[in-house]
Design a protein around this ligand. Structure first.
Ligand code: FES
Ligand code: FES
Length: 151
């Protein structure tokens, strides 16, 4: 067990954890941030996606000891009362059924829009190609990202 100092959603946080504990577990279990989801735990579904220094990363694969810099989770993009632009676009387009993939879809799309403010549909589909949705809401997810890009 060791002590780690993190910056999460703009706040300094300190956690005690084993060095190989995945960032996902620290966020959910130590810091009660439940936006990132546990899907596969193998880097294959994208449900756990967060930003580390602005890059979309699979938090199930990141040992806490390897995390340097600022972490942003879904909670850092907005709140239920005041959703961020992309979150609002997902709500408006009703881009979820069960919603399990939504964290990863939104965090991956947010990283895309931060780099490319006017992505083509191909850009959006390529960016989200590694994020799985078992409910089949892909069309609405793409529409939501387009809406956010043009808002
Ligand atoms: S839970 Fe991390 S990629 Fe599936
Ligand atoms: S909405 Fe259910 S997995 Fe995507």
């Amino acid at each position: 067990m060791a002590r780690f100092n993190l910056k999460v959603n703009g706040k300094a946080r300190t956690v005690d954890a084993d060095a190989d504990t995945p960032l996902l577990y620290v966020l959910r279990d130590n810091l009660a941030l439940r936006g990132p989801r546990f899907g596969c735990g193998l880097g294959q579904c994208g449900a756990c996606t967060v930003h580390v220094n602005g890059e979309a990363q699979r938090s199930c694969l990141l040992p806490i000891s390897s995390v340097k810099g600022e972490v942003t989770t879904l909670e850092g993009l907005g709140t239920v009362a005041a959703p961020g632009k992309l979150q609002q676009a997902f709500i408006t387009e009703q881009a979820a059924q069960c919603g399990y993939c939504a964290n990863g879809m939104i965090m991956t799309s947010a990283a895309l829009l931060a780099k490319n403010r006017n992505p083509s549909e191909t850009d959006i589909r390529n960016a989200l190609a590694g994020n799985l949705c078992r409910c089949g809401t892909h069309q609405r997810i793409v529409a939501a990202v387009k809406r956010a890009a043009t808002a």
